[in-house]
Design a protein around this ligand. Sequence first.
Ligand SMILES: O=c1ccn([C@@H]2O[C@H](COP(=O)(O)OP(=O)(O)O[C@H]3O[C@H](CO)[C@@H](O)[C@H](O)[C@H]3O)[C@@H](O)[C@H]2O)c(=O)[nH]1
Length: 525
Amino acid sequence: MRESQARKKVHRCIVCLKRRILAKKGLRVATVRENDWKSLDDQKASLDRVAYDHVVCVLLVRLVFSSSATVYRPSEEPLDETKDLGCTNPYGWTKYMIEQILRDFAAANPTFPISILRYFNPVGAHPSGRIGENPHGPPNNLMPFVQQVAVGRRECLSVFGNDYDTPDGTGVRDYIHVDDLAEGHICAMEKLMTMDGGCIIHNLGSGNGYSVLDMVKAFEAASGKSIPYKVVDRRAGDLGKVVANASKAKADFGWETKRGLKEMCESAWKWQSNNPYGYEEAVWIAAAAAAIVLVATASEAFVTVAPLIDFEAIEEVITAPATDILMESKPTATPRLRAGRARLAGGSRASRPRAARSARRASASVFEVVLAHSKDMVTLMPYGLSEKDGITLWLTSPLPLCLPSEAAASASKVAAPAFDPSTVRQSVQIGQGPGLRISSTLRSEKGRECKSIGLGESTCALRWAYERVELLLDVEDMCAGVDSGIDFHKACGTRLAIRVRFVADEGPSFARQAGKRDARACSQA
Ligand SMILES: O=c1ccn([C@@H]2O[C@H](COP(=O)(O)OP(=O)(O)O[C@H]3O[C@H](CO)[C@@H](O)[C@H](O)[C@H]3O)[C@@H](O)[C@H]2O)c(=O)[nH]1
């Protein structure tokens, strides 16, 4: 979908939303296009007065601002909206200043109602586990850090100080589930609909304080994981206790938090465990049952498929479109592709040494791979490679990688959703073990966008921007104990065609490693 189409779609949604709001208020709905606002005065005469006002209001003059508890002058008393303001960090000052501007603006424009919402500590995720917080780099905030420890991305949580004047000495905060926060916004918007002007300010917090260790324990209970932690010095600027007095929001628009620590931690864990590396680094591939097909071509070199092979599912996954796609990308490979599939489907381990022998003869080997995979991890283990070997992987997304529809996911069918760049995030994550370094180039089929991605030692991330792209991964170095493998984490949505080519100056040194690999492969299978 082109950008203009995406914009139109968003615009239609906005208009639809506005109409619904108006209809809910029992107002006549006037047809007003987004871009018409400048000429609304001209249209005034032709519109029903009330509807006009509300259309204008909906379009132009109602605003909810996401502010923060950080605008309050440091205080360990429960913070109500009358407490003194004053910040200790630049982020806080941005919120403070915007609040000030909005207050002034509302005063100067008495028909412009504004709601300022001061968030306390939002945590948790959408209950589906598909939308969650995705910090860039090491998380600064407590819960994302805890989540990454639980999922194995970080070793240990640092607890910033245990000598505060709090029950267990660790910092106490007012954590609020993001869904409660979202509902707070709806309440604020509804309140604004009843207002002719003015600026209202509300805290969005629960009024309950929990310590760092309370949060750790709650998360351990929700996730079943242990969260190792060590106590370190206080973080500069931290307060012992920051808790909201949230009674004003309840009094003014009937809002209060409904979800507790359990829901916060469970939803956060669902998100994090489903997406260990967040949006950028998650692999979204087929939603079928755990299945993977490797098809050896060219020199018939081999890749060991470690766990979770479900050949029935594979047959289901390798449907005509996938094959077509492979054919499209490499038409001459088709007969070998079939042969390779048959051999793999037979699952004969005895064929592996033979495949390795074939591979020995080759200085370049090509594997065609089709993946279909559910939540579980599948490991592709490059067979019998040594540190001298190079490997090149192409990951080709035949269809845009999308989140599957719920229905498709629950039916364990491969979904082929429509491509909508405004809503879809498409990504792949490749994890490597120690010693495996990868660099990559992402390019769209039409060469419209080229991007180079340097991969770290353990992960890589990319996002598809177009409907069809290739990811070219050059494995530059692979250590001798190739038990690292290449892990494709988590995924669903559609199929990936992956071509794997081994490249080495003198040919892959399978001879030295094949026996060891075979033993390992067998023990894993
Ligand atoms: O790795 C960590 C991170 C945090 N903490 C502690 O956990 C508590 C919560 O910290 P954090 O999640 O960073 O939240 P706050 O420091 O309360 O700040 C958040 O909450 C404020 C009030 O909403 C916002 O203004 C800030 O932007 C937002 O980061 C504090 O006691 C921290 O000392 C740790 O012990 N270890």
